[in-house]
Design a protein around this ligand. Sequence first.
Ligand code: 5GP
Length: 346
Amino acid sequence: MHIEQTLKLDYQDVLIRPKRSALPSRAEVDIRREFVFKHSGHRYQGIPILASNMDTVGTIEMAAALSPLGLSVALHKHYDIDALVDFFTRREDAGMHFYSMGITRADHDKFERVLGRAGAAIKNVCIDVANGYSENFVRFVESFRRDHPALTVMAGNIVTGEMTEELVLSGADIVKVGIGPGSVCTTRVTTGVGYPQLSAVIECADAAHGLGGLICADGGCTVPGDIAKAFGGGADFVMLGGMFAGHDECAGESVERDGKRYLRFYGMSSETAMKKHAGGMALYRAAEGKEVLIEHKGPVAATVQQILGGVRSACTYVGARRLKELTKRTTFVRVRSQANDVFDRE
Ligand code: 5GP
């Protein structure tokens, strides 16, 4: 047994300290980013915020709403082959979105069939599993990279620098960071496993950038300020589930309670998701996700405006003219000692 003594922080443990700035207005801040991916060599231009590949949020409707605003979607894994081929071949903006897959034989075969029909229209693939520390996962990323040198690969999830390096060296252009921080994730309470998300972002970004790779901070953002903190900590992309849930563009059942409309939102390894997609929970496993009701929020565009306004304003407070400069200009102030409430015990 070993105890790691250095302090690890979540988003709510810090604030960004204001700095002198010559920027007259937040309207002058450029929050688009441009990257050339290490392995695929593709050039990315856009606002590096993605809707998560959860079946309620990573929808085709969400992609249609977010692409004109410059944001991307990781489509969820449960669309059928025809729907995916249709999406990638018909939409001009399909190249900014991600095809998502796991690492089973069935995931691999489905991807090859979609790729066979959609061809070069698919540019980005998100390969994700709950535990990116398994050897099978790393081997899968390696062989996927060998087979598809021109595709941009995002792979995860992991939370430590050494695993980030291993994934970048195995062929990931973007490493997805986050185990346990998600709004409907119960991994921390069910298994005791996890890592405070801001520290994971800082450490993994440092490791990835040293090798010319990038990271995507996935999970744990509940307000626009958290997204600014993720970028300030070094995230190149930020993935959001809960903040994009509850909108018109989301899938899933809506429920009326006391005259208000709510949408069901649940973790992808919750009992709800298992029943829907896998015919029930396997006996050997426990759910690592929960279901919540989210009050209906209307069109996602209004939420995006709030988010981008917050990130722009954060840049103004520290004098960053471009989102790219935010990390360099960020000093975090700790606002409380690590409390016992790093996870929700409900
Ligand atoms: P949020 O933005 O809602 O805080 O976090 C979204 C992320 O939570 C997703 O992108 C995914 O990585 C993670 N997630 C989604 N469903 C589950 C689940 O059932 N269990 C766990 N452990 N994580 C989940």
